[in-house]
Each structure stands twice: as C-alpha cells, then as structure tokens.
Design a protein around this ligand. Structure first.
Ligand SMILES: [Zn+2]
Length: 292
C-alpha cells in the first residue's frame, strides 16, 4: 500500500505509553508521560524554559513502558505503525466526507481513532486489547491496540499493511452504520428475536462493514492510487483468516453456523470485493438480500 509521505488525520488520540511501537515490534522511543507534562508546567509557571529540559532528555526517564494513560496529545504518533494508522484514517475521512456530502446530503461526523496498549476506558466499558480492534457506538470512537496487527500476521498468517488498513476501514464501516441506522436497528432487535436470528443480524452487520471497507478501498485507490500489486489479496486473506468458520475451526475443530456472528470467510471476501469493485454504497444492503 502506498501511504508514506501523506498527511495523517487530526482525529487520532494516542493513549499508548512509551511513544508506541515500531512496525517490527521493537519498543519505540520514550514519549512524554504525565510526569513529564507536570514538570514542564511547573517549569513554565516558574518562568523557565521547558525546551531545555526536553532537549536534555531529563523527561524521558519519567515515562514507563505500557503505562495506561488518558492523556490526550494533539501530536501525530511518532512511530511508523501509528503514523500508518493515522494516514489510513485520513483516507477514510476523505472518502466518507465526499460520499456523505454528495450522496447523502449531510456532513460526515468524523470518528476518533484511539490507540491504546493493554487496557483503556471507553463509553462502552473497559476496552481490552484481547478483544481486538472495536468500535464503541456510545462515544463513536474506534479503539485499536496496534499490536493486533502483529497477531494478525503471526497467529492468522494475514500480514501486510493493506490487511491492517482493511481492519481499520472495517471499524470505520461500523461508524458509518451507526450514522445510517443499521447498528441501532440490530440493537433494537435484541431480546425481541431468537438468538439464532440475532446472530444472523450480527452477521449482516459485519458483512456490511466489510462492504464499506471495500468502498473505502475503491475510492482511496481511484483518488490516491494507494493499492499496490498484491494489496487486495492481503485484504482478502485477512477477511478469510478472521471469518467465523476459520476461527471456530481453529478453536474447536468444527463449525456451528447458527453461532456465527461475523460471517464465513467466503462471505467476508465477497462483500469486501463487492464494495471494492462497485464503490456504490447502494449495493451494500446486506439486510435485504437473501444471498449473503
Ligand atoms: Zn466488525
């Protein structure tokens, strides 16, 4: 995927300690912790120049690795993986701003992407990296522990930058569904329909998010030429790897279709491709079709 040298989004909140990690998985350079911020404020209150402290490196030792913090900085992530996520988010903003304006005659409310490590607080409760990337409809933020992408590569054999971009675009897809009413509809059915029917609604919701990820890929490529040889295969490989049937087979050796909540590998690939090939949001009504 071509992403380097492009502007990142201003909607990234970096809650990771230690300034994040590099793509290879080695720890990045230490960032500015709460302690560092407090020291700078004190120095400024005393009329001093905090840059002397920063340059001298006196602050960096305050920060501990993997510290859970809710400090918000407006700085762009300084590690490669964080910058990558920021550029992909910007790409999704460009695509959905235009589609909302031109096809839906409304403004696109841009979601925030929260980068965290380990645990973080969300309006949907405690967010944990073990859950994988997720979207919280209550605060309309996307939460990702970027080490998930290493897991995608190591555990599911679905590496590559475009696979990671597909995952981010899928979570943005859930944000689109929140705006267009699909996720509220599925939630409203909870308790009114059987568990099997609820799971089927969940599958339809997930496949539509895959479709929207495909729509993103369609326009990002058309406008910015981001797709390189092999990229679509990377996304399809990721969609294939995290399908319910694959995950269940890996976990228990057999599949239980009624318990699927994300769709099969074939379905996930199909809907991503449909979005990618058409770029037409009207083709993505996974709730009406009998042919998932
Ligand atoms: Zn999803």
């Amino acid at each position: 995927m071509r992403w380097q040298g492009r502007k990142g989004s201003s909607n990234v909140e970096d809650r990771r300690g230690g300034g994040g990690r590099r793509m290879g998985g080695t720890a990045g350079k230490a960032g500015l912790g709460i302690g560092g911020v407090i020291i700078i404020v004190i120095v400024m209150l005393l009329g001093g120049d905090p840059s002397a402290l920063l340059e001298g490196g006196a602050i960096s030792s305050v920060q501990t690795e993997n510290q859970v913090t809710t400090t918000q900085t407006n700085e762009q992530p300084n590690d490669e993986m964080g910058q990558f996520a920021s550029v992909v988010l910007q790409d999704t903003e460009d695509v959905w701003n235009k589609i909302f304006k031109e096809e839906l005659n409304t403004d696109y409310p841009e979601p925030k992407l929260v980068l965290f490590s380990g645990v973080t607080s969300t309006a949907c409760g405690r967010g944990e990296s073990a859950t994988g990337p997720f979207y919280c409809p209550a605060d309309q933020d996307i939460y990702i522990d970027l080490t998930f992408f290493e897991e995608l590569q190591n555990r599911f054999g679905a590496g590559g930058d475009f696979a990671a971009a597909y995952v981010i675009a899928h979570e943005v897809g859930h944000h689109i569904q929140k705006q267009l009413g699909a996720s509220d509809y599925v939630n409203s059915q909870r308790g009114k329909v059987s568990e099997t029917q609820q799971n089927e609604l969940s599958v339809r919701l997930e496949l539509q998010a895959d479709f929207y990820a495909g729509v993103w890929a369609h326009y990002a490529d058309k406008w910015k030429n981001v797709v390189e040889e092999g990229d679509i295969d990377e996304a399809l490989n990721a969609a294939n790897a995290i399908g319910d049937d694959r995950l269940q087979k890996q976990a228990q050796g057999y599949t239980v279709p009624e318990s699927f909540t994300h769709g099969t590998s074939a379905q996930r690939k199909k809907w991503f491709l449909k979005g990618y090939q058409t770029g037409d949001i009207r083709q993505g009504d996974t709730f009406k079709t009998n042919d998932l």
